[in-house]
Design a binder for this molecule. Structure first.
Ligand SMILES: [Fe+2]
Ligand SMILES: [Fe+2]
Length: 279
C-alpha cells in the first residue's frame, strides 16, 4: 500500500497591509502549485503591525489559511475580544499571561478524512513577563490531548531565543510533525527533519514589508535606536516578502519527510514578481 503524505504550509507573521497583500497574492498560487492540504499562518501582526481584527482574520481565511496562530501581540488590538471565543479557527498561546478570555489554546481541524492539530506556545526567554509559565511545563499534556485525535501536529513556537526553539524541537521530536518558530520576523536557514521525524526551523520569517526593520519603517527605528528619541513606529511599505515553510508529512504516523523554505518577493508598485528562491 502506498504511503499517503500531506503537504502543509506554515506562514510566518503576517505584518500589516503589506503582509496581507502578499498573502492574498501568493497563497492561492502556492495552493495550486503544490496542491497544499493544510495551511497555518501566524496573524499576530496583521492589524497595522500589532494584533489582529475580525476583518483581517476573515481576509486571512479567505486567502486560503486553515488555522491562524498568534503570539505575544495576541491582545494588542482590542478587536480580538469580539471574536476570540467564536468558532473561528484562531488559537492563542496556552501560556500567555494576559489571556482574559477563554479562547482556544489548541485546535484540531478536519479536512477530508484527515485531522490536523495545532499548538502555539509562547517562549519564556526574553518574554518572561508575557508568560504564565515555561512552555515546557505543559506542552506535553497539550500534545497528549491532540494525539488522541491525530498524529499530525504542528507547533508554532512563538519565541525569541534560538536556543529555546531548538530545545523545544528536540523535546518534542517524534511526538509532533513540526516545531516551527515565529516571532523574530527573520527567516533562518536551519530547516531540518530531526532524527525521530519532527520538522524544524528556528524561524519561518515574516510575511510583510521587505525594506524594513522587522516590518517597521527603518527611519522610525533609526530615530529610536540611534538618536534615542521617541518615534512613532509605523509599518513600512514598498516591496513585500512572503516567508513560509512547506512540510511533507506521513498522514498515518504524523512524521515529517521533508521541510523546505519558501521566500518570495513581490513589488506591488512595479507589478512584477521575483521568485527569488525555493530553497
Ligand atoms: Fe510577530
Ligand atoms: Fe511576536
Amino acid at each position: 500500500m502506498s504511503q499517503k503524505t500531506v503537504k502543509i504550509l506554515c506562514i510566518g507573521d503576517i505584518f500589516a497591509k503589506s503582509g496581507m497583500l502578499s498573502l492574498e497574492y501568493f497563497l492561492p498560487k502556492l495552493k495550486e502549485e503544490y496542491q497544499l492540504d493544510f495551511v497555518v499562518a501566524n496573524g499576530e501582526n496583521v492589524a497595522g503591525g500589532v494584533g489582529i481584527t475580525k476583518r483581517y482574520a476573515k481576509r486571512i481565511f479567505n486567502a486560503g489559511v486553515d488555522v491562524i496562530t498568534l503570539g505575544n501581540h495576541a491582545f494588542s488590538n482590542i478587536d480580538i475580544y469580539k471574536f476570540i471565543d467564536s468558532p473561528l479557527p484562531v488559537i492563542l498561546p496556552f501560556n500567555i499571561s494576559n489571556n482574559k478570555t477563554k479562547g482556544k489554546e489548541s485546535i484540531v481541524v478536519k479536512k477530508g478524512d484527515i485531522k490536523y492539530g495545532v499548538l502555539n506556545p509562547l517562549g519564556n526567554i526574553f518574554m518572561e513577563k508575557m508568560v504564565t509559565d515555561s512552555p515546557f511545563d505543559r506542552v506535553l499534556s497539550f500534545v497528549d490531548n491532540l494525539k488522541k485525535e491525530t498524529n499530525i501536529i504542528i507547533v508554532d513556537f512563538h519565541a525569541e531565543a534560538t536556543s529555546e526553539k531548538k530545545t523545544m524541537a528536540y523535546y518534542l521530536d517524534g511526538m509532533v510533525s513540526a516545531v516551527v518558530g515565529t516571532h523574530t520576523h527573520v527567516q533562518t536557514s536551519d530547516e531540518q527533519v530531526l532524527p525521530n521525524g519532527t520538522a524544524f526551523i528556528t524561524d519561518i520569517g515574516m510575511t510583510g514589508p521587505y525594506d524594513s526593520v522587522i516590518g517597521l519603517k527603518k527611519e522610525c527605528v533609526l530615530t529610536w535606536l540611534v538618536k534615542k528619541e521617541f518615534s512613532q513606529f509605523r509599518p513600512s511599505d514598498g516591496k513585500t516578502v512572503f516567508h513560509a515553510v512547506l512540510i511533507e508529512v506521513d498522514a498515518e504516523t504524523g512524521k515529517s519527510l521533508n521541510i523546505e523554505r519558501i521566500k518570495l518577493l513581490f513589488d506591488f508598485e512595479e507589478k512584477e514578481s521575483t521568485n527569488s528562491d525555493f530553497n
